[in-house]
Design a protein around this ligand. Structure first.
Ligand SMILES: O=C(O)CCC(=O)C(=O)O
Length: 257
């Protein structure tokens, strides 16, 4: 089922879309169980076959969560998300990296960044999206003001002017996701300036993060799936996990400028 013209317009203009109530209460119960099962996994043991790769991992609390528990591969082609990824990346989209990501009480905030460069056309050419990288946040906890919120600058995927980001919590034009309910999904173009804000509450924000690219996208260093994971997942998930390009590199989009 293709996404609506309204959704295409919204993602093009803003660079993100907030899908409210996209996960059912039953799913959240299941995901809570899976999370409890992986959050204390020994990450050294998980990466014992390649100890070098942990240098690329956040492990807050666990990177390569799909390898820790292949049930998390369901977030590669979740029915609430797949039609959007097909639209923004193509039907043959690929996995780049994946995390179970916690923003704990006391977190001081990250640094503003982008996963890919902004682009004057906003990664739309001839009416079609050509986004090199789109991230999905499966939000499994409520997030209110001060709760370590995710924040983006809408439209910055096509910005033409520099802005000082160093040491700044707030940027002009930002959108703070401070009205998130468990079960919401946020999809965003990684060309957006984005960040995580300080957490002054006593609750941990929990997000399952999966990063995606086009068919020629490589995995982020250290995120190639384990052979056992490839055996455990569905054929569609295996396809999404099968990168033919080695490691992620930013594509050259100069010809569409
Ligand atoms: O959700 C957050 O707090 C920040 C995450 C982030 O910056 C990212 O996934 O690139």
């Amino acid at each position: 089922m293709p996404i609506s013209d309204d959704a295409r317009f919204e993602f093009d203009v803003q660079g993100y879309i907030h899908l409210r109530g996209a996960l059912t209460a039953g799913e959240l119960v299941d995901y809570g169980r899976w999370i409890a099962g992986v959050e204390s996994v020994d990450t050294s043991a998980l990466n014992a076959d390649d100890a070098e790769r942990v240098q690329y991992h956040l492990n807050r609390p666990i990177s390569r969560v799909i390898d820790a528990d292949p049930r998390f591969a369901g977030f590669l082609d979740h029915p609430a998300v797949e039609p959007y990824l097909v639209e923004f990346l193509g039907a043959d989209y690929r996995h780049i990296d994946n995390e179970l990501y916690y923003t704990a009480p006391g977190y001081e905030g990250g640094g503003w960044h982008r996963g890919v460069s902004e682009h004057v056309v906003g990664h739309v050419v001839g009416g079609a999206f050509i986004c090199p990288m789109v991230k999905a946040f499966y939000c499994v906890t409520d997030v209110g003001p001060g709760g370590g919120e995710f924040v983006v600058v809408p439209g910055s995927h096509r910005s033409r002017l520099p802005v000082e980001t160093k040491g700044r919590i707030d940027l002009p034009g930002q959108h703070v996701f401070d009205d998130v309910s468990a079960g919401d999904i946020i999809l965003f173009n990684e060309g957006l300036l984005h960040n995580g804000r300080p957490n002054s509450t006593d609750a941990t924000r929990q997000t399952i993060i999966v990063n995606f690219g086009r068919v020629d996208a490589g995995v982020w260093s250290g995120y190639a799936p384990a052979p056992a994971t490839m055996d455990a997942v569905t054929p569609r998930q295996r396809e999404i996990l099968s990168n033919t390009t080695g490691v992620w590199a930013q594509p050259d989009l100069s010809e569409v400028m």
